[in-house]
Structures are given as structure tokens and as C-alpha cells.
Write a protein that binds this ligand. Structure first.
Ligand code: FES
Ligand code: FE2
Length: 336
């Protein structure tokens, strides 16, 4: 029987996942999020970011419906209060002279972190690292974040798509794809732990000519450097060789539930001014490209990627996406 890797694979509990933009979690109250089909509550308590299962230990009311009081979170239902480490510090219905039992504690995530402008959560001790994007802290680059978008697709399918080399002259003819770019030249592929790197050169439309379907364009060469970090992060640094322009894209995926993935996609550009209009133009381009991928992926019947190599046909152009499947299979063996 074919093993499939979907958004609710148990191995994903041992990984970091983005669950919100940092800016979406304010000091004024908790926020509810969904990850791997489970509900979590994010809250800042006394300057510390906490992530609890979104079910109060008392009667399972969502803690995300509660309110912040000083450095504690008060449940909306019967008023129990919890500190940032999950410990219950008050049970209003019981004589306050009696000690609060340790069992009345909110369940914390094994890990919560802020990284790349996002909140990351690991339900259980993570075996895979947080992804790295050096451009995020590099003043040479302008950060252009797209709004988060929900796709009716599996996170592994989306990472697969963002790593895929053979689809560019078909799916992306409306944006940057060059129809004479069909043969995928040989490329390097190196694995290091829970990351692999691939480097590839190919032909594409010039960046400045990429948004007008049917219009004349110049064909240029560009270099793609991919870094995949398990389970789902894709770093893609695109160097337009002649122009010396670097466009790095960070694809962060939140496996919300079996049928939905939220994409946090950010462009980093070294060729534009750090001004709203220039950023908006960069974002509009990336959104047009993403829309081409989304339209197809949402039509895929299964919302998962098979881990059995015989379930799909793989050509020599597909070594990069086959490597992703191998890494996910290793993740299942180690953490599933
Ligand atoms: S359900 Fe939270 S205090 Fe009762
Ligand atoms: Fe694509």
C-alpha cells in the first residue's frame, strides 16, 4: 500500500511550523490558530510569547477566547488564570487559601519561537531545525512580504511545486516562463542532515519583462539556488546573471489541516527602493506567479505526496523533488 505524506502526518508534530505573523499577536489578547488539525492559543504574557493547546484544562473552553491580565491569561468561561509556563495561578470558584493543584495546567507547545517575522510552533520536541534566510537581516535587501494565503493543497505538495524545475515553461508562461526552456540541464544536489541544496541555471524572461503576457520580452539566463529544510521550507535565491539582480523567495508553509495550507511567502530584492510602491510592485509580481501554481495545485485530487517512489514516474529532471520525498520518508521513520 502506498504511504502518503499529508498535513496531518504524526511526524510533523516533531517539526517547527509557522503559525502566524509576529505582528498578528499583540499584547492585548490571545490569538487562536490551527496547525496539523489541532487548535492552539498564542499569547504574549509579560513580554513572553506562549503557545497553549486551545483548550482550558477545566472544561476545554478555547483559551483564545480569554483575556490577558498582567502576565497571565484568564479563561473566559470560569475565570481560571494561567501563567506563561502554563501553571494555573487562580481558580476563582475555590477558596483562595487552598493551593492550586498542579494538574490544572494549560498544555504548552514543546517550542515557540519568533523568526523571519513569523511565530513558529513545534507541538513536540523538534527534530528538524528552523529554516535560515540570511537576507532577512541583510540591509542590502528590501523585504516584500505577501499577505498570507490559504491553499486547498498539502504543504508537501506546495514545497514540491516550489522546488520543481520542469513546470516553469508550462505553468508560468503568463509571467516569467520562457517556452524554449524545456530541457532541464543537469544540476547539483547535496544533502546535509535535514537540509538539501540544489543549484541550477536556466533561461527565463527578463525580470522587467515578466508581467505582460503576449508582449515582447528579452530572454536571459538566471541561476537558481534552492535550500530545502524539512519538513516544508523552500529557500530560493534567483540571480539574474547579466543584471546582477538577486531575488530571494522564502516559502513558509503552515499545514493547517488535512485540506488546507497557509503560505507565508516573502520576496527579498536587492534591486528596488525600500518604498511602498516598489514593494507593492514586487509583491504583485510574486502573487501573479503564485496564482499560476495555486490554480493547478488546488485541482490535484489528493492533498498529499506519495512516499513510495513507485507511485509516480520520476524523470532525471526530478531528482530535486525525489530528494524531498526521501527526506520526508526519513522524517516519518525518525519521528512518525
Ligand atoms: S473552562 Fe476554563 S475556567 Fe472553566
Ligand atoms: Fe511554479
Amino acid at each position: 500500500m502506498t504511504a502518503w505524506f499529508d498535513n496531518e502526518n504524526p511526524a510533523l508534530r516533531h517539526c517547527w511550523h509557522p503559525v502566524a505573523r509576529s505582528a498578528d499577536v499583540g499584547d492585548d489578547g490571545p490569538v487562536g490558530v490551527e496547525l496539523l488539525g489541532e487548535h492552539w492559543c498564542l499569547v504574549r504574557l509579560g513580554g513572553e510569547l506562549a503557545a497553549f493547546r486551545d483548550a482550558c484544562p477545566h472544561r476545554l473552553s478555547p483559551l483564545s477566547a480569554g483575556s490577558v491580565e498582567g502576565a497571565t491569561l484568564r479563561c473566559a468561561y470560569h475565570g481560571y488564570r494561567f501563567a506563561a509556563d502554563g501553571a494555573c495561578v487562580e481558580i476563582p470558584a475555590v477558596d483562595p487559601r487552598l493551593p492550586v493543584p498542579k494538574r490544572a495546567r494549560a498544555t504548552s507547545a514543546a517550542g515557540v519561537a519568533e523568526h523571519l517575522g513569523l511565530v513558529w510552533l513545534a507541538p513536540c520536541d523538534p527534530v528538524t531545525p528552523l529554516p535560515e534566510v540570511s537576507e532577512h537581516d541583510d540591509p542590502e535587501f528590501v523585504i516584500c512580504p505577501l499577505d498570507p494565503s490559504d491553499w486547498n493543497a498539502g504543504a508537501a505538495q506546495m514545497a514540491d511545486n516550489f522546488l520543481d524545475l520542469g513546470h516553469l515553461p508550462f505553468l508560468h508562461l503568463g509571467t516569467f516562463g520562457e517556452e524554449d526552456d524545456k530541457i532541464v540541464a543537469d544540476y547539483s544536489l547535496d544533502r546535509d542532515g535535514w537540509r538539501f541544496t540544489a543549484s541550477h541555471r536556466h533561461l527565463t524572461k527578463a525580470l522587467s519583462d515578466s508581467l505582460e503576457p503576449g508582449a515582447d520580452y528579452r530572454t536571459v539566463e538566471r541561476e537558481l539556488l534552492f535550500v530545502f529544510t524539512a519538513p516544508h521550507h523552500v529557500y530560493l535565491r534567483i540571480t539574474y546573471i547579466e543584471e546582477g539582480v538577486v531575488l530571494t523567495i522564502s516559502f513558509c508553509h503552515q499545514p493547517v489541516n488535512a485540506a488546507t495550507t497557509r503560505l507565508y511567502c516573502t520576496d527579498y530584492r536587492n534591486d528596488i527602493a525600500d518604498e511602498p510602491e516598489a514593494r507593492a510592485e514586487a509583491v504583485a509580481f510574486q502573487e501573479a506567479v503564485a496564482a499560476e501554481d495555486k490554480a493547478l495545485l488546488e485541482r490535484m485530487h489528493a492533498k498529499a505526496v506519495p512516499l513510495d517512489a513507485t507511485a509516480e514516474y520520476h524523470s532525471r529532471a526530478d531528482r530535486i523533488t525525489l530528494e524531498m520525498r526521501r527526506m520526508l520518508a526519513d522524517l516519518v521513520s525518525e519521528a512518525g
